[in-house]
Design a protein around this ligand. Structure first.
Ligand code: GCW
Length: 668
């Protein structure tokens, strides 16, 4: 028998709580027409889910079918049409929705409450309005059309195989899964647009893309594609991609007219230009704004947007060069044109400024840019964080980024404020994650990595939720309702990021990974390479001087952040080697020396990882065998990895510094 893929948080197994809850039998909806496609999805989700979990029949009544569906032309509109409240009245539950998508989110809210076995009566006793935190809540797939996934650790793509688009049951279930956590946009192909993917905007794929867009639209999810900036050359037969060239503009006009006619649900494009070998406006002496605006002006009449990535840096650096600094590049390339980007352009800012390391400061573009639409890009694909072999629940990291005060204004100045659209009068804003999914039966390789997919969506929708709340919802909905199991797994998830950081990246240094694969330790793997990723360790000290005496990166921040980062005496320990080159004997705020911190954190990290694995083992008899075995086998590999990291890093720095471990532990 062919094995089924996991239903994750939509498994809807029978639940004990709320069985006699009359309120779930009659649900009234205001603000969303019954005939709308998303409303229909919501009704079927509610009825099926409640019947599966509680064995009840639910009647959904619409206040009227005339509720108007508003058209959306900005992030603020999006927030309105996606906001809902749920309240308990005598006759049952009442949903007041800003539109059909809001009704869908309310339906999933109710299903989540039941699935987590929380009391309906308590949860909805008081009417509370839920307004999504971020207007755009997107997943970016780095799926290639041959079926491979760049930085994918959970099988192949479920969108493509052999340069064809796959549309099957799973397409819809994927839409359901991500809508259930509040995602409203998906970029379906890799930002490195090559080979067959360059032809996604041609006849060859229109029909299937249109169908895919319809499936997503039923669940309130916008379809987006990554665009090859040099399409005019690669598929258009022109000899230029200069954004100011009339022939180039004319070609794009005609192309976009065709694309939007054939894929009516398409919402826009994501563009990686002038980055890591991808073509872009710099080739023609133009600015990033010239490139983005040219495309944005053309797609505007289709109410579409251009999401333009800020991951532009020199990837052919000479490692001897101590002035060029990859961390600076985003700000240097994009700040000078703040205000020049047209209003349907959004800059997508990767965090951190280097590249998704487990610890980096927040990009200074966030809080730097004031007159430009912006969104944050994070990565739940665990490229540098353990390849979905090692457990690494990333929500605590994302929470820290969101809480970061940028000091761009007196108030409402955190990253969360900026990307929610609160800080500046921006037309669009939001958050995107490079996704961690693939066609593995459990979707994310390590079953526990599902918590990052779930958690990213939940956090994007409700940024006030704590990491603990999110972890608990995930475990209750997908793994177990046994309280001791829930507590154990939440503990594993919540400690996992700190532990991963301990055995890999001391004090914000990063990059001591195996080149190319980015899994496993190689202290000097990137030290003499062209990627701008160095630790600069010698026999006296370690770290990159990004202060005013070094590359000056620290000064890209607003005050007081700039002064804090610029001064090794003030800089927080966890980032001190990101900003400063320090002697091994430098004493940290913690009271430890740099070298002793390196030893301690690595020994601890490995020990604590063993503790997590041992904890998992105690759950054997209480878990579904497949889930247990999947995670157990990965823990086995994680421990091998953690031990290598611990021993290699400690031995390396002992040999460099000649300073022994105060505690006399074994170093090689
Ligand atoms: O981190 C790097 C990855 C590349 C990726 C690039 C990017 C899609 O190693 O694989 O390319 O970032 O974000 O564009």
């Amino acid at each position: 028998m062919k094995k089924e893929y996991a239903k994750l948080w939509l498994a809807y197994s029978p639940r004990k709580n709320n069985r006699d809850c009359a309120a779930l039998k009659k649900i009234r909806v205001a603000g969303a027409p019954a005939s709308d496609r998303i409303s229909q999805s919501a009704v079927s989700e509610l009825k099926n889910g409640l019947s599966a979990m509680l064995d009840i029949e639910t009647e959904v009544l619409f206040d009227s079918d005339t509720a108007e569906v508003r058209s959306i032309t900005s992030g603020k509109d999006l927030l309105e049409v996606e906001s809902y409240s749920i309240s308990l009245v005598e006759t049952g539950l009442v949903i007041e929705a800003g539109g059909p998508a809001a009704f869908l989110y309310a339906a999933f809210d109710i299903l989540r409450t039941v699935s987590c076995e929380k009391s309906i009566a308590d949860t909805y006793a008081e009417k509370k309005t839920h307004r999504p935190s971020d207007p755009l809540r997107m997943l970016n797939h780095w799926d290639n059309m041959d079926g491979s996934i760049e930085r994918g650790y959970s099988g192949n793509s479920f969108f493509y195989e052999d340069n064809e688009i796959i549309i099957d049951e799973r397409t819809k279930d994927y839409a359901r899964l991500i809508a259930a956590v509040g995602i409203n946009g998906v970029v379906i192909n890799n930002v490195n647009v090559k080979d067959a993917a360059s032809y996604m905007i041609t006849e060859r794929y229109f029909e299937k893309l249109a169908r895919m867009g319809e499936i997503f639209a039923d669940y309130g999810i916008g379809l987006y594609m990554s665009l090859n900036y040099a399409s005019t050359i690669e598929i258009g037969g022109l000899d230029s991609a200069d954004p100011l060239d009339e022939n180039v503009i004319a070609w794009w006009k005609e192309k976009m007219a065709e694309v939007f006619r054939r894929i009516p649900t398409l919402k826009g494009f994501l563009v990686k230009a002038d980055s890591e070998g991808r073509p872009g406006p710099f080739t023609y002496g133009r600015t990033q704004a010239d490139g983005a605006n040219m495309l944005a002006d053309i797609v505007k009449e289709y109410n579409a947007i251009i999401i333009w990535r800020c991951f532009v840096y020199n990837c052919k650096q000479d490692w001897r060069d101590r002035k060029t600094d990859r961390a600076r590049a985003g700000y240097d390339n994009f700040m000078p044109m703040d205000g020049d980007y047209h209003d349907n352009v959004i800059l997508q800012i990767k965090n951190g400024p280097m590249d998704f390391q487990i610890r980096e400061p927040v990009s200074p573009l966030l809080g730097g840019l004031r007159k430009t639409n912006q969104m944050l890009e994070v990565q739940i694909a665990q490229e540098y964080t353990g390849h979905q072999i090692d457990v690494c629940f990333l929500i605590p990291e994302f929470k820290e980024i969101l809480a970061f005060k940028t000091y761009c204004k007196e108030e409402d100045d955190t990253v969360a404020d900026i990307i929610s659209g609160k800080t500046f009068a921006s037309r669009y804003s939001g958050i995107a994650a490079v996704t961690n999914t693939g066609n593995d039966l459990n979707w994310t390789g390590n079953y526990l990595a599902g918590a990052n997919l779930f958690g990213f969506g939940r956090l994007a929708f409700e940024n006030e939720l704590s990491s603990a709340q999110i972890a608990e919802e995930f475990v209750r909905m997908t793994i177990s309702s046994d309280e001791s199991v829930i507590a154990a797994i939440c503990d594993i998830l919540l400690r996992s990021r700190e532990i991963y950081e301990k055995y890999t990246s001391p004090l914000g240094i990063g990059w001591m990974v195996q080149p190319a694969t980015h899994y496993g330790c190689s202290v000097d793997g990137y030290e003499y390479d062209r990627w701008g990723t160095y630790h600069r360790a010698d026999h006296l000290g370690i770290g990159v001087d990004r202060s005013d005496k070094g590359t000056g990166y620290a000064l890209q921040y607003n005050e007081p952040n700039a002064s804090i980062y610029n001064d090794p005496g003030k800089c927080p320990d966890e980032l001190v080697l990101f900003f400063h080159h320090l002697p091994y004997t430098h004493v940290l705020h913690s009271g430890k020396t740099v070298i002793q911190h390196i030893y301690d954190s690595h020994f601890e990290g490995y020990e604590e990882a063993r503790g997590l694995a041992a904890k998992w083992d105690t759950l054997k008899d209480k878990l579904d065998e497949e889930i247990f075995e999947n995670v157990r086998e990965r823990f086995e590999r994680q421990l091998v990895n953690a031990r290598e990291w611990c021993d290699q890093v400690n031995s390396y720095f002992y040999r460099k510094s000649g300073i022994p471990d105060e505690k006399g532990r074994e170093i090689w």
